[in-house]
Design a protein around this ligand. Structure first.
Ligand SMILES: *[C@@H]1O[C@H](CO)[C@@H](O)[C@H](O)[C@H]1NC(C)=O
Ligand SMILES: *[C@@H]1O[C@H](CO)[C@@H](O)[C@H](O)[C@H]1NC(C)=O
Length: 344
């Protein structure tokens, strides 16, 4: 999700709402939608989806993700999230892999025909463990936190407008404007007036203490679904043992896929209003496998030993659950664990 005001929840049902929002579709630029002839067979598909290219850049250069750890993070939590970012370009992980998931994102091109990069690497990291801007951030203070990291007197994050992305991760005790009341994460670009440069960035928060049933679904179940005991029983075991952080993995995947295809919010999105773009991951919220949609995650792997739910493998034997993204040729949501593997 891109816009500072757009409201998006990761509740599975939101995928349906997202599709229904697209009736008034943009007609600028070449359309990537296929005519499905009214078919609702595929995940997230709808004849109303008109994902279009709006002539802006996509991330074609080798890209480095610089992480700002805001607040209090354990070593283990950092390991999980670093492991996910490192897996995006790790072709050695067994199929279905995180790199296989990124392959769908790589199908998006800019007007020169250049594809989204295959090379995403983890860059420098900055710890903001003393909550430099407090425990309650607004959309604008998020940019000030990034500025503090790139302008720090000691070991500032490198500034690389061509191949640098900035990922602000806030710990479970930090409130962020619209967090839980609409957003689990967002991406945008910094303003030169605040940061000194136009840099694509994303924020993702640990929802464990605030709204795990919304932002860490299905590792937690929304409160309005079930009584507390039932909720605990119905929650899926997270593959890395941390519901909040395992939930962040999918939101980080969501935001990185959208940053890559719509970094300045003028490239790939659906909808007529650029202030409320519906992007390639918005279209597939809550869909993790074949048959997903509505309140159903779709078919994922349930580990025979620990019961953990996951759909992709990463490096070093790690497992992750990552939502699918919109496939520009097929015109529906797709991931490497799709039962129909006829497509790339
Ligand atoms: C991009 O990254 C790949 C893999 O690390 C490397 O082989 C290639 O030389 C890089 N390209 C540029 C232009 O830096
Ligand atoms: C680049 O994008 C085009 C258009 O979607 C696609 O046909 C091609 O396979 C992509 N290349 C890679 C390496 O993903």
């Amino acid at each position: 999700m891109a816009s500072p005001s757009r409201v998006t929840l990761l509740v599975a049902a939101a995928a349906v709402a997202a599709v229904l929002n697209l009736v008034a579709a943009a007609e600028t630029g070449p359309s990537a939608a296929v005519d499905l002839g009214g078919s609702k067979k595929y995940e997230g598909s709808s004849e109303f989806v008109r994902l279009s290219y709006h002539m802006g850049p996509v991330l074609t250069a080798n890209t480095t993700v610089h992480v700002i750890w805001y607040g209090t993070w354990s070593r283990q939590q950092k390991h999980i999230l670093r492991g996910f970012i490192r897996s995006i370009s790790d072709d050695s992980a067994p199929h279905p892999s995180v790199a296989g998931w990124w392959r769908t994102v790589r199908l998006y091109t800019d007007q020169t025909g250049a594809n989204v990069t295959a090379h995403i690497s983890l860059g420098s990291e900055k710890n903001d463990r003393h909550y430099s801007h407090g425990r309650s951030l607004t959309r604008l203070t998020v940019q000030h936190v990034i500025r503090a990291a790139v302008a720090a007197p000691r070991r500032p994050l490198p500034v690389n407008p061509r191949g640098g992305l900035y990922l602000l991760l806030t710990s479970a005790d930090v409130a962020v404007q619209d967090f839980c009341a609409g957003a689990c994460g967002f991406h945008y670009f910094t303003f030169p007036s605040i940061v000194g440069y136009t840099l694509p960035y994303a924020w993702v928060g640990n929802s464990a203490a605030r709204c795990p049933g919304i932002c860490a679904y299905p590792f937690a179940v929304p409160e309005y679904f079930l009584p507390p005991r039932e909720r605990k029983r119905k929650a899926a075991p997270p593959p890395n043992g941390d519901a909040g952080v395992d939930g962040m993995v999918s939101v980080i995947g969501h935001e990185l896929a959208e940053l890559a295809t719509n970094p300045l919010v003028n490239a790939w999105y659906a909808g007529a209003d650029p202030s409320f773009p519906t992007e390639i991951a918005d279209l597939c919220q809550g869909i993790y496998g074949t048959g997903g949609g509505g309140a159903y995650t779709g078919q994922v792997t349930v580990d025979g030993r620990d019961g953990a739910w996951y759909n992709v493998n990463g490096g070093s034997g790690r497992r992750f659950l990552v939502q699918w993204v919109w496939h520009p040729h097929l015109g529906y949501c797709y991931g490497p664990n799709a039962l129909d593997q006829g497509h790339q």
